[in-house]
Design a binder for this molecule. Structure first.
Ligand SMILES: NC(=O)c1ccc[n+]([C@@H]2O[C@H](COP(=O)([O-])OP(=O)(O)OC[C@H]3O[C@@H](n4cnc5c(N)ncnc54)[C@H](O)[C@@H]3O)[C@@H](O)[C@H]2O)c1
Length: 337
């Protein structure tokens, strides 16, 4: 049994605490920490069987019975907390992105060197049953040599403007998952990015210096090409589809729906809308990713999403930002860190 501490108990910290408690037999949430700890959180934690609630995460790091931590706090805190946790001898599961600053991720890499500690990044979409099957079709050679990766990724609604202002921009906050998906599905690194982007959903997002709609094309080290289309608002819900195309065929995945029923009547033929957002669509993936982190620690095996997998999408996002600002293709090798 592995004892875990969760640092940051907002939206995603709570998802992990619940999925560990309800789905993992070999891990226990021993403590949670959040500077915003309140009676509601304490009561919620008690009902979940969590032993201790702290305001300061350093109390988790000081507990010798805690083997590993999940860093689920706000993005700007991830890298420094991860480094402190590594120095305290804890394995780390860090939510995405590890940092918006690539050089901070390199600091995390350096802190890990020679420690033997596990460090996994929270790119949960890799553990979605559909995307795993698409990756399987590429890895097995079923579609032959990969030529094109196409990802559609549209949120059901734009986030609050206060969130947009501190998010680091759409590419580092939202598209980062899609950049990871391009690497995961293709099994290849990205070498060059070109972006067309616009503000079409909410003018306030533009006033905050960000975009809400984008078409991103990429060249991969393997020679294949990739395209992502993003919107902060799809009127019909969370639109997350992927297609890989190769010399022998293609593999595609559509949206998950609450049911697959199709109703036909004199008015037309209708089906379910996509599941509303990531909590509805990807719930299983959250317990699966942490399950694999726990297994990697207990069985001394490699984590499935390592620190370099955390770094690469950030480099792609930074190249995408530069491509948008300079209106030209940007090579990843241009991004200094
Ligand atoms: N993998 C995913 O699909 C996914 C989904 C949502 C969020 N995230 C990531 O998870 C992180 C948190 O997002 P969220 O939506 O839960 O945000 P949130 O604002 O709901 O929660 C963040 C929590 O961190 C706490 N916090 C801030 N500084 C802290 C510190 N020093 N120590 C401990 N706690 C601290 C805040 O008080 C807050 O309760 C972000 O980096 C985000 O990108 C990932």
């Amino acid at each position: 049994m592995l004892n875990l501490g969760i640092i940051g108990i907002g939206r995603i910290g709570k998802v992990h605490a619940q999925s560990i408690t309800y789905h993992l037999k070999n891990a226990h949430v021993k403590a949670i920490a959040d500077p915003q700890m309140n009676d509601g959180n304490r009561q919620w934690a008690k009902e979940l069987g969590v032993d201790a609630c702290y305001e300061d995460y350093r109390q988790i790091l000081a507990d010798p019975q805690i083997d590993a931590v999940l860093v689920c706090s706000s993005t700007p805190t991830h890298a420094d907390i991860s480094i402190e946790a590594i120095r305290a001898g804890k394995h780390v599961f860090c939510e995405k992105p590890v940092s918006q600053d690539a050089s901070k991720i390199v600091e995390v890499m350096r802190a890990l060197e020679g420690t033997g500690l596990k460090f996994q990044v929270g790119f949960n979409r890799r553990f979605d049953h559909n995307f795993e099957a698409v990756r399987g079709a590429v890895a097995s050679g079923a579609i032959g040599d990969l030529h094109i990766v196409k990802i559609t990724s549209r949120d059901p609604d734009s986030p609050p403007i206060e969130y947009v202002k501190v998010s680091g921009g759409m590419f580092l906050d939202m598209t980062i998952h899609d950049f990871d998906m391009v690497r995961y599905l293709s099994g290849s690194d990205v070498t060059e990015v070109y972006v067309n982007a616009a503000v079409l959903v909410n003018p306030e997002i533009g006033r905050a210096g960000d975009v809400d709609t984008a078409i991103i094309t990429m060249k991969l080290a393997s020679g294949a090409l990739a395209v992502i289309d993003n919107s902060r608002r799809a009127a019909y819900g969370y639109d997350q589809r992927a297609e890989v195309f190769g010399s022998k065929g293609q593999a595609a995945v559509s949206n998950d729906t609450a049911s697959s029923v199709v109703i036909s009547s004199e008015n037309g033929v209708t089906g379910e809308k996509p599941l509303y957002f990531f909590l509805e669509r990807y719930m299983d993936s959250f317990s699966k990713e942490v399950g694999m982190f726990v297994d990697a620690i207990l069985n001394h095996t490699e984590v499935p999403v390592n620190v370099n997998d955390g770094l690469q999408p950030v480099l792609i996002a930074l190249a995408a930002k530069r491509s948008m600002l300079e209106n030209r293709p940007v090579k990843l090798s241009e991004i200094a860190y």
